[in-house]
Design a protein. Structure first.
Length: 400
């Protein structure tokens, strides 16, 4: 049964008595539409949607070993872009977080320009610290970009260098950084008895919390040490930390779920993932349930045509629950709850929709075949995809 409401919306009631309200104003265009071309986005750069719809693109690698400090502002609607001043240091694999006041906080990252060649060292004598302690390539600095001035300014330091961390803006305006790693040069005795100097990876097990009022960083200790952590701010203000990669060689991802309460600085176990994964994507539904998608199953896993199975987590449950089977995206990069209550999960290979009212999946429009390796970000009302060649596409803008 359908009935027109006084405000123009339509009320639908099915045979079970379930009601749905449809609004033309809330209907989203779930096809990818091409926008203007933009400059090439470097690998390892951050792409941050700004409040006015433009993008801040910062850092990244030029080739395999040169890191850039360049930052540009891009309007994907028109293709107009402009330099906006360089960061204080070249960065790749850093984080960039949009603050409540419209500024962007950039933190950590790696500078490959600082790598020292350590492939040749064949002394039978153990190296002295002065021979290997100058090879730090990861940053401990934070800086802020202000869209009103286009300028960068220092914003504090981490206690240690950090890269490959996850960052989320908390409800009180602070920013939390979960996990991460850093590399340092260390001596290593080889099988032939000689000493060599190699880069070794150290991982961070806790959380750094940055306060915009003081620009100081506080540390919340936790275990295990890991990077590639999924992170989601829940409706109640807690931060859900998902999976990750622990320390070691050829390690498998974690199935760990933890909840951080930033009011008490306390971590609590929140169950386990049904599928262990690193760098998963998560989005919370209106009823509090969390959809968990994507991520990596480990370096030794054979290539998959589809992504890892999508699962759910409920704040009141001790473990994630199963969902109907569906062809999951291989590498989802953005997800959001649409105005009609469905959830869109976007990836370069496919975009899918979850309808909690019918507990069913559907497939939305796909990006063009030349979009392999694209970057997808969630803007206020839509998704934006940028291909390696600089083509931009938008999905989810309101229908007109």
């Amino acid at each position: 049964m359908f009935a027109a409401l006084p405000d123009g919306r339509i009320l639908a009631v099915d045979a079970t008595g379930r009601t749905t309200i449809w609004s033309a104003a809330a209907t989203m265009d779930l096809a990818w539409h091409r926008l203007a071309a933009v400059p090439h986005v470097l690998a390892g750069a951050t792409v941050t949607p700004l409040a006015d719809g433009r993008l801040l693109v910062a850092g990244g690698n030029v080739g395999d070993s040169q890191t850039s400090a360049r930052a540009i502002v891009v309007d994907p609607e028109t293709g107009v872009w402009a330099e906006t001043g360089a960061m204080s240091a070249p960065r790749t694999h850093h984080t960039a977080t949009l603050l409540a006041d419209g500024r962007v906080l950039v933190a950590g990252g790696t500078d490959h320009n600082r790598i020292i060649d350590v492939t040749y060292w064949r002394s039978m004598t153990m190296p002295r610290p002065s021979d290997y302690d100058e090879g730090v390539i990861d940053h401990d600095t934070l800086e802020i970009w202000d869209p009103r001035t286009g300028a960068w300014s220092a914003a504090g330091r981490f206690p240690v260098p950090l890269t490959e961390q996850s960052a989320v803006a908390l409800q009180d305006g602070r920013v939390a950084f979960l996990g991460g790693q850093a590399k340092r040069r260390v001596p290593r005795r080889m099988a032939g008895g000689h000493w060599s100097i190699r880069y070794a990876t150290w991982k961070f097990g806790g959380v750094f919390v940055w306060d915009p009022a003081t620009e100081r960083v506080t540390t919340i200790n936790a275990v295990p040490r890991r990077d590639s952590v999924g992170a989601l701010v829940l409706q109640d203000g807690r931060v859900l930390a998902l999976g990750g990669l622990p320390e070691g060689d050829e390690v498998s991802p974690l199935d760990l779920l933890q909840a951080l309460d930033p009011r008490t600085n306390g971590f609590a176990n929140a169950g386990k993932l049904r599928v262990a994964r690193a760098s998963p994507l998560a989005v919370q539904l209106a009823d509090g349930a969390v959809l968990i998608a994507g991520g990596s199953a480990g370096a030794s896993t054979a290539p998959r045509r589809d992504g890892l199975p999508i699962e759910t987590w409920a704040p009141t449950a001790s473990s994630a629950l199963a969902l109907p089977e569906f062809d999951a995206p291989r590498d989802p990069q953005a997800a959001r709850v649409l105005a009609d209550g469905r959830v869109a999960i976007a990836a370069c290979d496919r975009t899918i929709l979850w309808n909690p009212a019918t507990a069913s999946w559907a497939r939305a429009d796909d990006l063009p075949p030349d979009s392999t390796g694209c970057r997808i970000v969630a803007r206020r009302k839509s998704f934006l995809a940028v291909t390696p060649e600089g083509c931009t596409y938008e999905l989810g803008a309101s229908k007109r």
